[in-house]
Design a binder for this molecule. Sequence first.
Ligand code: N85
Length: 840
Amino acid sequence: MRPSKHSPFTPLTKSRLNGSLSSLPALAMDADGIAHDVRRYFCRTLGRDTSCNNTHYPYTALAMAVRDRLMERWQNTQRAYQETDSKRTYYISLEFLMGRALGNSVLNLDMGDAVEQGLYELGLVLEEIAESEPDAGLGNGGLGRLAACFLDSCATLQLPVNGYGIRYEYGMFRQTIQDGHQVEEPDHWLRNGNPWEVERPEFTQRVRFGGYTEIMPRWAGKMDVHWLETNDVLAVPYDVPIPGYKNDTVNTLRLWKAAATDEFNLDEFNAGSYTESVETKNAAEHITMVLYPNDASESGKELRLRQQYFLASASLQDVFRRWKLNHGNDFSNFAEKNCFQLNDTHPSIAVAELMRLLVDHESLGWDMAWEITKNTMAYTNHTLLPEALERWPVRLFKHLLPRPLEIIYEINARFLAEVANRWPGDTGRQQRMSIIEEGSDPQVRMAYLAIAGSFSVNGVAALHSKLLQQGLFHDFYQLWPEKFNNKTNGVTQRRWLAACNPPLRTLLSSTIGEEWIADLSQLQKLTNHRDDREFRHKWILAKQQNKERLAQLVLRECSVQFNIDALFDVQVKRVHEYKRQLLNLLHVIHLYARIKAGDTTSWTPRCVLFGGKAAPGYLQAKLIIKLINNVAHVVNNDPAVGDLLKVAFLPDYRVSAMEVICPGTDLSEQISTAGKEASGTGNMKFMMNGALTIGTLDGANIEIREEVGADNFFLFGLTAEEVHEMQERYNPEAIIHADPNLSRVMNLLEKSHFNQQEPGLFDPIINSIRNPHDPWMVAADFTSYLEAQEQATRLYQDHEAWVTSSIINCASSGRFSTDRTIYEYNHNIWRLKPVPSLPL
Ligand code: N85
């Protein structure tokens, strides 16, 4: 914030507040100390007594007690970073899908036993009061959750990495199911306060929008560009602590909230336009109001571009503020000390913004500024789907961000000169590669801006990175092969095994020790125990307990009774045609048709669970949800089906639901059309918890199959190459005709068996399956999918063999820890040195 005579933020360097902090005694980590603090917060700070009849206040009191313990370590970590003046990385992302913080903090601070014991003294149960915490749902799906797992691993590896994101007032919408349809409700997750954030108004930044630019002479013939008459918005930071696992490191996720420049616009107020001045305030604060709920298509909305620039500009200015404290105006080694990892193109306007700050504000020459920028930025791509590639109309840019647009033009002119130099006369290539796509409505191609402005471009699984190089970004790969690399995704085993699966955690730790929690490759040791009868028995018991818990969730939320002896077959993820929930559903309909035909000898009972949100404007995906619910209704209410088959759609799939789902799953559905799913990360969570995968050769499935071996993975379907090759001569009619099982399924759909009251409702789905231009080729893989499902069924009946495979899946999941992923990002891209926290 600009210092003003009214600013309350005068430095306290002369006070004894700072100095006395280090001499404060460390807070007690034992049960009594925690119980004492919880009671004090509950009674004295929150002002509640025993008449309080909900778990919100006990939850908040515990969260505050845990937060105090985070705070001590947080300050020590930040001081260690400051004192060593270490290189830092900033993970910039429009999405951080954090989920709940309490259980994760308790685990990482190693307070589990003490907290449980302390709560016991107070007559409380951790698992129960933890349910009061709303998920921080500041993301859509895989990309946002990956960012959250990355932060956990960075802190665990003691790397100086900060997250920068947006503090959306409303996170991912809440999904309810009404009459089988998805209904969206606002997620006002901050309504009851958020004990996991610290507001830091003293580091407020100012972000400019609109206005126009003017060239003015500076000196010696040099020109300055001034960006004038802008409409400014303040960015107020809220810091969220990110604890590492048992290492006293606490990193920072800084989330920006938009605020109007003047709380009370006195000029307008005095002029009598009070309400107008409040309207301005409203418009400014709209920027961080809501997360855009599209996970695989750009919205094209002006407000979204505002969000992107707001995040990029506030974050870069914040880094500059800190840089200047230590280095003054000397930016010569800025690139050696700072790295920005861009989570997809969403924050890629940062390339232009960094140039603007260096050239316009710090008066660096273009060449030096560009050298710094392209040695500081690194870009991760998360999708090959063309509809997700961001392009912004030049006219929108001109209106909203005139100065950044000029800079993009200059970047493009110099870039195209480089292309022309490399391929003289190849104008087609220049047009293809231009950051500005020409046409009647010219567009800025954000991915190309990101590639041109970065020293590293990575995909998120081996196949995905290969396809980027050979396909989508081939021209760029030819120009700069050295920029391109792969970083296969992972998930954090702290949340996705240790915290979410207590029965298995206990078994693993008593069998191979606890090291796996910080070094997942240790799980390989389980293979030595896979024939041990007692171990196998406990393995089965753990899975049964987890299935019981999942069955309770399904009963509570869907009123469907899952029998835990059945095969639990699960597909949870965003609903999108390329992920092919429809293919799974065709298999369900096939099983139903078999039952109705009496074809049930040596049957394996199955419980099929679906969950996931559709983007509110994605009608086909919403229709698939409706069809799943209609099929579930028919199947679950047919007495002829009974326990042989159950189907449920779990509403409001989110991080905390997955924490119950993945431990209780037997069979993990990863069935995208090959070449379309960049990586997938749910696949890794299931595997880690001992589920077997049925899947295509897509994304990280390929690497999962390599790790577990072909015998422990149910493979089916066309390869990415075959999909590509077949597209031209795809003939679903012939496929349906040739497969009696598929014909029977189509027949049920076409005679409106699942929509007898609403004939024609599902025609768009039927038509998509029969369409020779169906890009997802659902019919093409049906026969092969059925065979793989039958293999799964047979193996489940040979239960000993299934258990062995389940153990092997868990034992082989070591590679899919984000600790490994982050090690690779750091080794090849960031090159940070670990910095231990200062002792307490
Ligand atoms: N991608 C993903 O989750 N993408 C988004 O959430 C997203 C795209 C997008 C476009 C996933 C415009 C506006 C907002 C948006 C891939 O599909 C997975 O395969 N949000 C992959 O595992 C995951 O990213 C992590 O890499």
